[in-house]
Design a protein around this ligand. Structure first.
Ligand code: PMP
Length: 377
């Protein structure tokens, strides 16, 4: 696990298996570092030379405790979290957080502010209404979530302000976090699709949550980062498995955690740390995004679907004339591109460029896009 992120075309390997070269633009679960696949597959047969598979050891063993500890410590280090912020590995995906958050921190007589900038925000709003009042402070739903509204405010006394930092399906991403910091209310952020991809003052958030299956590791676990000072202020009864305080007390092992998924997260976090952390990966992510958006903008057959200033560095979306889309799809499939089609609700194409996607894959894709545009333009 000592690979170095290089600025050249060799960041992790897009080559794999007997199926030949695959360029994996899946939106999640998605590409992970090759080193992680190698290490995890070894651990399935013989975990760290114990003669046991990672799949057959108890979660309360010292061996697994070391995995959990390293995952938590590495994440804290990478995100530079202060001692008020606890890191939890929980079940139920980011979707469970849509209701677990208001259950823990929204009193029934209080109001939470929600930004509605993609369907995940919309889902969060629906769940929060089960527990308290919701003020939808801005929405781009009417425009199919293709921009990020910035002229809005929150009312005094707001319990918390919820945002989705990156909108996986539509391809928008909040660029300037000052907009949120300046509201001076507790911040709660769904960072499922851009956590660990760019630097940010993570301590400014009271809750951060993310499904692991994009930038953190394997599906089956989600990370929740909680400022413990925000807890214990609601008076409703909270079921044990839903109460963050119980998970903090038991170090994410109130019950059996998803052992293998946590292990894969630990390896992926270790990979990121060994390769320069968030600052280093952010540079590469910026390069990847620049290349794809330049290609879209320089070739009019590709039409970006969101406001330029709000473009996501993780998920780039574009459309073409329907006939050309069919032709391009056939070309892309022949080139062994995987997961490049847009979400079923949007159509077109979505190029997901998470941390582990090699720069090389974006070079190959954009070369093919330029070539296709030259032939058709
Ligand atoms: N929020 C965002 C921003 C997402 O992209 C997703 C899934 N892609 C979710 C929430 C839901 O996550 P999960 O499937 O882990 O519940």
């Amino acid at each position: 696990m000592t690979a170095i992120i290089k600025e050249n075309t060799d960041l992790s390997r897009p080559f794999r298996g007997t199926g030949g070269v695959k360029h994996n633009f899946n939106s999640g679960p998605s590409v992970l570092p090759h080193e992680v696949f190698e290490e995890a597959s070894r651990a399935i047969l013989d975990f760290n030379g114990t003669g046991l598979s990672i799949l057959e050891i108890g979660h309360r063993t010292k061996t697994f405790q070391a995995v959990m500890d390293e995952a938590v410590i590495t994440l804290k280090e990478l995100m530079n979290l202060d001692s008020d912020h606890e890191v939890l590995f929980l079940h139920g995906g980011a979707t469970t957080q849509f209701f677990q958050i208001p259950m823990n921190i929204l009193r029934s007589d209080a109001t939470a502010a929600y930004t509605e900038t993609d369907i995940w925000g919309t889902k969060g709003i629906k769940e929060a209404k089960l527990y308290g009042n919701v003020d939808v402070v801005c929405s781009s739903k009417a425009e199919n979530y293709n921009w990020l509204p910035k002229a809005w405010d929150v009312k005094p006394g707001t319990a918390y302000l919820h945002l989705t930092t990156n909108n996986t399906i539509y391809g928008t991403q909040w660029q300037d976090m000052e907009l949120f910091y300046s509201k001076n209310v507790p911040l709660v952020a769904d960072m499922s699709s851009d956590i660990l991809s760019r630097q940010m003052d993570f301590n400014k958030f009271d809750i951060i949550y993310a499904g692991a299956q994009k930038n953190i590791g394997a599906a089956g676990v989600n990370v929740v980062i909680v400022n413990k000072n925000i807890l214990g202020k609601v008076d409703r009864a909270i079921p044990s498995m839903m109460d963050y305080r119980n998970h903090i007390e038991h170090g994410s092992m109130l019950n059996t955690p998803p052992v293998f998924a946590v292990y894969v997260c630990m390896l992926t976090l270790r990979w990121l740390k060994n390769n320069g952390g968030i600052a280093a990966i952010e540079k590469i992510n910026n390069k990847k995004a620049k290349l794809i958006y330049e290609t879209i903008d320089n070739n009019p057959i590709y039409k970006g679907t969101v406001a330029k200033e709000d473009r996501s560095k993780m998920n780039a979306c574009f459309v073409m004339e329907p006939e050309l889309e069919k032709e391009f799809t056939a070309v892309a499939e022949k080139e062994n591109f995987v997961g490049f089609k847009g979400h079923r609700t949007t159509g077109g194409f979505r190029i997901s460029m998470y941390n582990a996607l090699p720069y090389e894959s974006v070079v190959v894709l954009t070369d093919i896009m330029k070539d296709f545009a030259n032939k058709k333009g």
